[in-house]
Design a protein around this ligand. Structure first.
Ligand code: PLP
Length: 464
């Protein structure tokens, strides 16, 4: 399978090339030239398989000859072996036809482990057979960074630097990034917000001299392999609820548009997804885009769901590419307008197509608190603030009650104990394997919001 850039001017790559480079050299994101189709018979055959076997079958066509069947199967099995639930992504029923897909049973208690645990192994296998090393730099609003550091700690082929906005991640998120003692992983606290961190990472990728000097790679949600790993749980959950014989709706708490874009990919591959609801917090650029067709940045406001405090939604570019009939020049123009004028308006035709695929909803911090309390009251479930944004948007956008509505449960409540306790009076406890997190020693690098200084920090420490 070949991967092409959304801006149309970078060379097409195979799976390994697209995975290792992350961002294309023309500033675009890699997407498959063509998506493989899953027939109803393929979908029906997923019923009853282990998560790992289903994952192998869904992802296999995308990987091409980067790995043979046995190698790829082994990496997939290793990726999910340490998850704290036999189903990996269990469904919990919370209403008559309403479900939460729990994606928080991985080592850092958020859905990002699904992709990161796999990517860590894919990188190590690809780099070490080529005798290469890489430097991974990522920006995080909290969960990506902890998942990346957890996935790559001790990795023989990779050094990892994670930039996070100082003071804007939860204490559990911070400690998950700052407590691993391995010297190939580094947490960098930046004086700025998440969008600043993300802009710094993008700038490093556009500094080709630096990029080549440290063999830079990205595992942010712009990395195609992450999107791919996240399509899997749409397949397993839909099949568990009756696909291909009936359609399922999903509501996805969204920041960088990675997780919900994975749902869109699953639907384009043939999974019968009826509605795909984008849920945002008050940082609602995507909700506004879907409702009005106007994609325009506003300031980032801190909320109780910090992993969604984002106004530059990187993966949205992948959708734009489809909305623009895969015209990379058109996407390039729109992205320039976003950079230079702070936003752009979709044509009526593009907006109409967007509305065909997506619905949306928004939750304020008050909505989130009320939803957490109601979920405990009605279903006996303690949910985290991000998941609560999804539950709120799902109930606002609920279509046909005969169609199951699945909200992606993106994090464990114990990652955000203060907000959860304030909302419902219950302080969620960390699972056993993380119980001593508050006692572990922290290690963190401080940096100003300055590209040159951060590049120096990285050059001094990387072994690539
Ligand atoms: C990252 C994250 C999100 C947003 O996911 P995107 O793929 O960036 O849209 C939502 N909830 C939690 C808990 C997250 O960590």
């Amino acid at each position: 399978m070949r991967y092409v850039s959304t801006r149309g001017r970078a060379p097409a790559l195979d799976f390994e090339g697209a995975m290792l480079s992350g961002l294309a050299r023309d500033g675009g994101l890699y997407v498959p030239e063509r998506l493989p189709a899953s027939t109803p018979r393929d979908l029906a055959a997923l019923a009853g398989l282990t998560y790992e076997e289903a994952a192998f079958r869904v992802m296999r066509p995308f990987v091409g000859d980067a790995f043979d069947d046995d190698a790829f199967r082994g990496l997939v099995e290793a990726a999910y072996a340490d998850f704290g639930h036999a189903a990996r992504a269990p469904l919990v029923q919370v209403g008559e036809n309403d479900w939460i897909l729990e994606l928080h049973h991985g080592p850092t208690l958020a859905f990002k482990d699904f992709a990161m645990q796999l990517i860590g192994r894919l990188f190590e296998a690809a780099l070490s057979r080529a005798g290469r090393r890489a430097t991974i730099v990522g920006a995080t609003s909290g969960d990506t960074g902890s998942a990346a550091i957890e996935a790559f700690r001790g990795n023989a082929a990779v050094d990892v630097f994670v930039l996070y906005p100082q003071g804007r991640v939860s204490e559990v998120q911070r400690r998950q990034m700052t407590t691993p003692p391995e010297d190939n992983v580094h947490a960098v606290a930046v004086e700025g917000d998440f969008d600043d961190c993300q802009a710094l990472v993008k700038a490093m990728f556009n500094d080709f001299e630096f990029r080549d000097a440290v063999n830079l790679a990205a595992v942010n949600s712009i990395n195609w392999a992450r999107v791919l790993a996240q399509t899997v749980y749409y397949f397993t959950s839909a099949v568990a609820l009756g696909a291909p014989y009936r359609s399922i709706s999903y509501c996805v708490p969204t920041g960088n548009f990675g997780d919900v874009y994975a749902g869109y990919v699953a639907r384009r591959m043939g999974l019968p997804i009826e509605r795909l609801v984008v849920a945002t917090n008050r940082n609602d650029i995507l909700h506004r885009t879907i409702q009005s067709g106007d994609h325009r940045r506003a300031g980032v406001a801190p909320t109780t769901s910090p992993s969604m405090d984002i106004q530059v939604s990187s993966n949205f570019e992948r959708l734009l590419f489809d909305l623009a009939d895969r015209d990379g020049g058109r996407v390039d123009d729109l992205m320039r307008e976003l950079r230079e004028a702070g936003g752009f308006r979709l044509s009526n035709a593009m907006h109409a197509r967007l509305r065909e695929d997506f619905d949306s909803g928004m939750a304020t911090d008050d909505d989130v608190a009320a939803t957490i309390a109601a979920m405990l009251d009605v279903a006996g479930q303690v949910i985290d603030p991000h998941t609560a944004c999804g539950v709120k948007a799902a109930s606002d956008a609920r279509g046909d009650p005969a169609t199951p509505m699945v909200v992606l449960g993106t994090a464990h409540a114990a990652k955000f104990p203060d907000a959860v306790e304030a909302a419902c009076g219950v302080r969620p406890a960390l699972p056993e394997r993380l119980a001593d997190l508050y006692q572990r020693a922290e290690r963190v690098l401080q940096a100003p919001n300055d590209l040159a200084e951060i590049e120096t920090i990285i050059k001094e420490r990387t072994r690539a």
